[in-house]
Ligand binder design. Structure first.
Ligand SMILES: C[S@@+](CC[C@H](N)C(=O)[O-])C[C@H]1O[C@@H](n2cnc3c(N)ncnc32)[C@H](O)[C@@H]1O
Length: 262
């Protein structure tokens, strides 16, 4: 199985690098994180409302250093993080108040379903994962959705139809240099829809964000960059050109249940 991505954060150095560099206070990722926090709050409030206020069992897949689960754990009733790297789990465990972490690989063929969830998130995973791992992970997560009302929120941070297109030649050479398939640095909406469909998932909403890109965002203060990103995300038609595309998906069929969701 081509599953290199599952080993890419296995050392303490790699985990700390992600935690300290990717989300450095002045990084572009930290600008987008401000937008994502608001987005997650809005979506979870809406999800709770849509289920009539029932309790929410939540899973953050590929929880990494705990960025998403640490933010969401107070907004749900139970919170579980699943992460393959013990080094990442060690960082995440320091941030959690009551969420629990499971350090395991649910994409392995013999992995049992540990629990089903009302709400699942997976951020910064689908794009980075090897193509085969993407498909397997989407199916594994789809099977963990409790029922047709459950939501799976995930993102693709490599939409080629964005400011990223300008950097395509640089990214192409860099990926080749790293011995990776250059196409894996980008994922179109159409590809994501196909991945979702193959996992019996129906995408019910797409939210686009991340318009400036790291180089342009650096021209502004972080506060101003956040403000610009937030304004652009509200402009009609523009969101399809966001580097990041966040998807809300529901399961189409639940095994043993013939009913299809509308
Ligand atoms: C770029 S990090 C994203 C972390 C977190 N979701 C975030 O948005 O900050 C991707 C994470 O996916 C994890 N990962 C890779 N393969 C995995 C697998 N098969 N099962 C669980 N986690 C996996 C990596 O160890 C890494 O921590």
């Amino acid at each position: 199985m081509t599953n290199n991505y599952s080993k890419s954060f296995s050392t303490d150095k790699q985990a700390l690098n992600y935690e300290n560099r990717e989300y450095d206070e002045n990084s572009y990722s930290s600008v987008l994180w401000e937008f994502e926090k608001e987005l997650l709050t809005t979506l979870i409030t809406e999800f709770r409302h849509s289920t009539g206020g029932q309790s929410i069992d939540y899973l953050d897949f590929a929880s990494g250093s705990g960025r998403i689960i640490a933010y969401v754990e107070d907004k749900v009733d139970t919170a579980t993080g699943i992460e393959v790297s013990p080094a990442m789990c060690a960082i995440a465990s320091k941030k959690l108040k009551h969420g629990k972490l499971i350090c395991t690989d649910i994409t392995l063929p013999d992995a049992a379903i540990e629990k089903k969830y009302d709400l699942i998130t997976a951020f910064r995973f689908i794009l980075n994962a090897d193509p085969e791992l993407r498909t397997i992970a989407m199916k594994a997560l789809s099977l963990r959705l409790k029922d047709e009302k459950s939501w799976f929120i995930f993102n693709n941070h490599g939409n080629p139809f964005s400011v990223k297109l300008m950097m395509w030649p640089v990214h192409f050479v860099r990926q080749l240099y790293k011995g990776r398939d250059p196409a894996c640095n980008y994922l179109t909406n159409a590809q994501v829809y196909r991945l979702a469909a193959a996992a019996d998932l129906q995408i019910i909403r797409v939210i686009g964000y991340g318009f400036l890109g790291g180089r342009i965002a650096k021209i502004f203060s972080k506060t101003l960059a956040c403000r610009i990103e937030s304004i652009l995300a509200k402009c009609p038609l523009l969101p399809v050109f966001g580097i990041n595309q966040c998807y809300v998906a529901k399961r189409i069929t639940i095994p043993g249940n013939a009913k299809r969701s509308s």
